[in-house]
Design a protein around this ligand. Sequence first.
Ligand code: NCD
Length: 303
Amino acid sequence: MRHLITPLDFTVSELTQLFDLADDMREHQAQYAHLCEGKKLATLFYEPSTRTRLSIETAMLNLGGRTMGFSDAGSSSAAKGESVADTIRTISCFADIAAIRHPKEGAATVAAQFSRIPVINAGDGGHQHPTQTLTDLLTIRNLKGRLSSLTIGLCGDLKFGRTVHSLVNALARYQDIRFVFISPPELRMPDYITEYLDDQNIPYEEYIKLEDVIGRLDLLYMTRVQRERFFNEEDYVRLRNFYILDAAKMSLARNDMYILHPLPRVNEISVEVDNDPRAAYFRQVQYGVYVRMALIATLLELI
Ligand code: NCD
């Protein structure tokens, strides 16, 4: 039985197969409409979510399966003190596959250890968010036609943002990737990620000002400052508007530099940028559904 806890749980060639399947599902959606008939997906969300939970549920519904779950830990037995291990043992009696989001790093790993059904990590604290990464990679592959030979800027809260941690881990396995990390000094990429890049001899640079480097990027991945992971509100208030991508900054970027964002957006991308043809963050949401369809079908071994 397979789980998806980090993007590294799939090899590069397995990812290629997954993305090919996602593209086929996008082009021939009706052909897959009954694939998961009789199957149930449980969503166990201990943290807020709009896109990830509804995207995973939409994916299952598009495949003809059904969904159940909770979107608020307060309405589950977690409020009574039940452990993740006991909850997943229970859910294993009800559903065929589960997606879990939890504020604690490692929660999805624990769930997978005790589960009798495939577990999808839908975000564990500031650690990893592999289905967002699958979404990001499929989007990049479709926008740029490749996942290699790219200079990728990641900007914002690189310390607490789990999406960037997963994305860097995943992209590091492709050829000729160069990373540019753009953050305030307090929100730098964690050492465990930069050490991993050093070990693999993958080049990265660190910048504070977006204007200094935006003109060299093939892609710019913007992120929100993760208020809920800060230790104090004062630091958040000081850093929340550090980056605001607006039309003036976009005028320094190349014509083929796409902007991605896992969303939700707060202030870091001005709404005036939304109409720029390089703004790809809402297209990214759509790709997320197809890649999660492909993932569910793959983990349920229906393909
Ligand atoms: C991200 C997350 O939850 O980590 N959102 C998402 O799932 N698309 C990013 C964020 O919350 O900033």
